[in-house]
Design a protein around this ligand. Structure first.
Ligand SMILES: [Zn+2]
Length: 160
């Protein structure tokens, strides 16, 4: 028997041993049918008859900073959508005035919302960053939104 094949067979049976040893004391669902395969004596699901193998899975990364980073953008995006109603309502159906400050605020909201969608779709890249960097990015995004809100309020107070 070629050496590689021999090694694989030894590895497989060792992995099966470890799998059965693990299942002796732990509950686990069959990945195919969901049947609890605790205390098996052979690496085969008794319910659906699929072979079971020992595999390595990745732990679920913590997503707290990702949620913190997308939250202001999603909020701004939704707010921007609703702000279109008074802007367009007044300009087209009202007295025909385009409110410049409202349009600037609304544009910011759209950009922020699009950025949050982009961040959500590229979340793997965000989660691959170190936790300290994730926190820094999330806090920067919050800071930009808080600063923008402050500027908008200031402009509203100064010009109206
Ligand atoms: Zn099964």
């Amino acid at each position: 028997m070629p050496r590689l094949q021999q090694d694989q067979q030894v590895t497989t049976s060792r992995a099966q041993e470890l799998l059965l040893e693990f299942l002796r004391e732990h509950d686990a669902a069959c990945p195919v049918c969901g049947y609890n395969v605790r205390a098996l004596t052979r690496p085969i699901c008794p319910e659906c008859r699929h072979d079971l193998v020992l595999t390595v899975g990745a732990a679920q990364p913590p997503i707290g900073w990702l949620l913190a980073a997308v939250a202001p953008g999603f909020f701004s995006g939704i707010a921007a959508l609703f702000m279109l109603v008074p802007i367009i309502g007044r300009a087209i159906f009202g007295d025909g005035v385009w409110m410049p400050l409202a349009i600037i605020v609304d544009l910011f909201g759209w950009c922020s919302g699009l950025f949050a969608i982009l961040l959500a779709t590229k979340r793997r890249r965000f989660l691959a960053q170190r936790r300290a960097r994730q926190r820094w990015l999330a806090l920067t995004i919050w800071l930009i939104h808080v600063a923008a809100l402050g500027v908008f309020i200031l402009m509203a107070v100064l010009f109206f």
